[in-house]
Design a protein around this ligand. Structure first.
Ligand code: FA5
Ligand code: MG
Length: 420
């Protein structure tokens, strides 16, 4: 092999993750860049905006249990099967999720802990955690982000339903006093049905409670920021394997509708698996970065990971203030063109992860700028433009060339591409 050997990742038969060693196998795709994020837990970092946002949501749900110390390492069974994901769901593939080995992965959502938490007997709870998904690279996508799961279950009995009705009345009254416009949809419909094992009247009341509860949360989070105009919230029919009916919530902010969360009435099999009998309830999962970017006017999702004092010193725990951008260092782009390996091709997420692994946070975004199939040989040519920028210093052209050379070497070595 050539001189680039030292730059290539070692093909070790174990991976060291959070202080433990795990055997690797053909599913292993976790990278050192990702492993280095696991201990950081930004949602608990002092003065960090994600921590302030978590605390704000926890104060809104003051009588809920507040959980935030679950390990990111879960079995695929826990992340998918327990939640009734079908065997062929795309999220399970190694191109979409990070695997330590085929039996251990990084959670892709906080819902992975639902069965565990319900099983511990919690009936009202919030759980905050870092989640991991293989994705493209740009200012609003990062392979690690943070979610907060919230859930509440009631007795599936007349007493339990009376509790829901009383809560619905209290929340409706509060919302009627507030400056909020809600675009609602039916709680239950033929395309968004209640579950076969549920009394539809119970399902309807619980879905209504979910919506009122989240409308009230949106008012707490965004009400202040849109003081003059009313806050606009819209409900959209959704699909998740582990809830029915299911909904997404969008909030209108600075001229755009933004997806904030997914939610629904908890599938009974989840509660059955958790050995919780005779209950019915709801759950939601929201993205903290999406909300924090709006509330703190943070323009780029990678800033949350910055160690730069010009970023960190702007925030104080518990305070929501507008981020003041400081001047950015110049960017520098490099293109790479190659023939994709045949016949398997090269998945964009594999390309992005390779770049992220080599360049870490020095990569700002990656764009496919050209792709064509050679009419005679049938080979696919791809051209990607990698934009490099440091958050805290000026990069020299030589330095960027060196990084790019490693990207190219690893492309050849790991994926067998032919550089053009
Ligand atoms: C889920 O992850 C479901 N577990 C949510 C859920 C929980 C549904 C409980 C029903 C009951 P989804 O993949 O849509 O769903 O992600 C939920 C939220 O996470 C999104 O609304 C968004 O706010 C945030 N999110 C998703 N992908 C990203 C990303 N790449 N970057 C930042 N935030 C993201
Ligand atoms: Mg979604």
């Amino acid at each position: 092999r050539q001189s680039t050997d030292a730059l290539l990742p070692s093909r070790s038969n174990y991976a060291e993750v959070l202080g433990s060693r795990y055997p690797t196998d053909s599913a292993t795709n976790i990278t050192p860049a990702i492993i280095s994020k696991l201990p950081l837990r930004l949602h608990t970092k002092p003065d960090h905006p994600l921590n302030t946002l978590r605390t704000k949501i926890e104060s809104h749900y003051a009588d809920f249990a507040h959980l935030s110390s679950f390990s990111p390492l879960v079995t695929p069974f826990k992340n998918f099967d327990e939640l009734a994901f079908p065997a062929d769901h795309p999220g399970r593939s190694v191109t979409d999720s990070y695997y330590v080995n085929r039996d251990l992965m990084l959670r892709t959502h906080t819902s992975a802990h639902e069965v565990e938490v319900f099983g511990q007997g919690e009936t009202k709870w919030l759980l905050t955690a870092d989640v991991y998904r293989r994705d493209e690279i740009d200012g609003s996508h990062y392979p690690v982000f943070h979610q907060m799961e919230g859930a509440r279950i009631f007795d599936a009995s007349p007493t339990g339903m009376k509790e829901v009705e009383d809560d619905n009345e209290r929340l409706s009254y509060h919302l009627a006093q507030s400056n909020i416009i809600i675009e609602d949809i039916p709680h239950i419909s033929p395309t968004n049905p209640s579950q076969a094992t549920h009394d539809p009247r119970h399902s309807e009341l619980v879905a209504k409670n979910l919506k009122l509860s989240l409308n009230s949360l949106m008012l707490t989070l965004f009400g202040g920021a849109t003081r003059d105009e009313p806050l606009r919230v819209r409900w959209i029919e959704a699909y998740f394997p582990f809830t029915s009916p299911s909904f997404e919530v969008e909030v209108f902010f600075r001229g755009k509708w933004l997806e904030i969360l997914g939610s629904g009435v908890v599938r009974q099999s989840t509660l059955d698996t958790a050995k919780v009998p005779n209950k019915i309830g709801w759950a939601f999962g929201l993205g903290l970065e999406r909300i924090a970017m709006i509330l703190f006017s943070i323009p780029d999702i990678r800033l949350f990971w910055s160690e730069d004092q010009r970023f960190l010193s702007q925030f104080t725990h518990g305070q929501i203030n507008t981020f003041k951008p400081y001047s950015r260092y110049p960017s520098c782009f490099k293109d790479v063109s190659f023939w994709a390996p045949q016949p398997e091709g090269l998945h964009e997420n594999d390309f992005c992860d390779l770049v992220r692994d080599v360049a870490s946070d020095l990569v700002e975004d990656v764009k496919k700028i050209d792709s064509f199939v050679h009419p005679k040989t049938n080979r696919t040519s791809l051209c990607y433009r990698i934009n490099y920028r440091s958050m805290d210093r000026s990069l020299s052209n030589e330095e960027v060339n060196e990084i790019q050379a490693v990207v190219v070497a690893r492309l050849k070595d790991q994926f067998g591409v032919e550089i053009r």
